[in-house]
Design a protein around this ligand. Structure first.
Ligand SMILES: Nc1ncnc2c1ncn2[C@@H]1O[C@H](COP(=O)(O)OP(=O)(O)O)[C@@H](O)[C@H]1O
Ligand SMILES: [Mg+2]
Length: 284
């Protein structure tokens, strides 16, 4: 069977904003990001980065250096796939060496130390190997590496998904801090909607390869329009037990279920509504 991983998706990411892309596994988020970064070549369509259509092979080739230096990507497994044989200093400086970028701060080591400070690691880490770091520290190194080129556009594909829950918030805070500091345009792909709400200015929701909803983060979380977005948001745990008890379980087409029927709640099946708002809308 032919899968159309991404189908007729159109959106703009504005300069300097944090754009979140959410959706269940297999909905096409990574494919979108990989197309933006020229890792995948879309079969149809255009992707513009400034005035370059990056899908046009000739244009992409002509602007290769610009595209490879100004855009960087962090993958879910970036932290675990750091080169085990290289020291942190070399890992961070490697993209600069590959692209023949002259270090502004005198040496590649100084450049690496500078980036390390930004991600909250001191110089003593420069001579360590990845195996001598914790998961969170490795992710910080992966982030420092992607920032060594001082990118204008950063795409992070589920960068916190493989980290311990206790570390996730720290890394999200770090992204927020770095984005404010450097002002890069940021595409943040995540499963965790609470993190997306906290971090992102605008959010796009993907479902079966399509972009089904796009809105300012505040608006999307307060007033989701598409049934899938409503379902997705209803799956966010509600910590308040009183509020939790007031929720009504509904099937996807709006039918109310009795509390005794609460057996399983999976996105794609149910929308939860508080009693008071039944028939009106969906709470976040
Ligand atoms: N390299 C590939 N070859 C074939 N199919 C792929 C490839 N990458 C992704 N897919 C398929 O494309 C769809 C979207 O996948 P993906 O973009 O990875 O989704 P997400 O990142 O939202 O989990 C899925 O059906 C997936 O199986
Ligand atoms: Mg993915």
């Amino acid at each position: 069977m032919k899968v159309r991983a991404v189908d007729d998706v159109s959106f703009q990411i504005r300069k300097g904003e944090i754009f979140g892309l959410v959706g269940e596994s297999g909905s096409g988020k990574s494919t979108v990001a990989r197309c933006l970064m020229n890792i995948y070549q879309p079969t149809k369509g255009e992707i513009w980065y400034h005035d370059v259509n990056v899908c046009d092979k000739k244009e992409a080739r002509k602007n290769k250096k610009m595209l490879q230096t100004r855009r960087q990507m962090i993958f879910q497994d970036s932290a675990s796939s750091l080169n085990q044989k290289m020291k942190v200093a070399d890992i961070i400086a490697e993209p600069m060496k590959i692209q023949h970028v002259t270090p502004k701060r005198g040496s590649f080591r100084k450049e690496a130390a500078f980036q390390m400070e930004y991600v909250g690691l001191d110089e003593s880490f420069l001579d360590r190997y990845p195996s001598e770091l914790s998961g969170g520290q490795r992710q910080r190194v992966a982030i420092a590496r992607s920032l060594s080129m001082e990118p204008e556009f950063l795409a992070a594909d589920e960068p916190i998904a493989s980290l311990d829950v206790s570390i996730q918030a720290q890394i999200v805070n770090l992204f927020r801090h770095l984005q404010q500091e450097h002002g890069f345009t940021f595409l943040f792909i995540a499963h965790d909607l609470a993190m997306v709400e906290y971090l992102c200015d605008r959010v796009g929701v993907m479902y079966h390869g399509k972009l089904v909803e796009m809105a300012d983060a505040e608006e999307l979380f307060a007033n989701p329009v598409h049934p899938y977005t409503q379902t997705l948001l209803s799956a966010i745990p509600v910590p308040d037990p009183i509020r939790e008890r007031k929720r009504v379980l509904r099937t996807y087409d709006g039918e109310e279920l009795e509390n005794s029927e609460w057996t399983e709640i999976t996105p794609g099946h149910f929308v939860l509504l508080p009693h008071s708002e039944s028939g009106k809308g969906v709470q976040s």
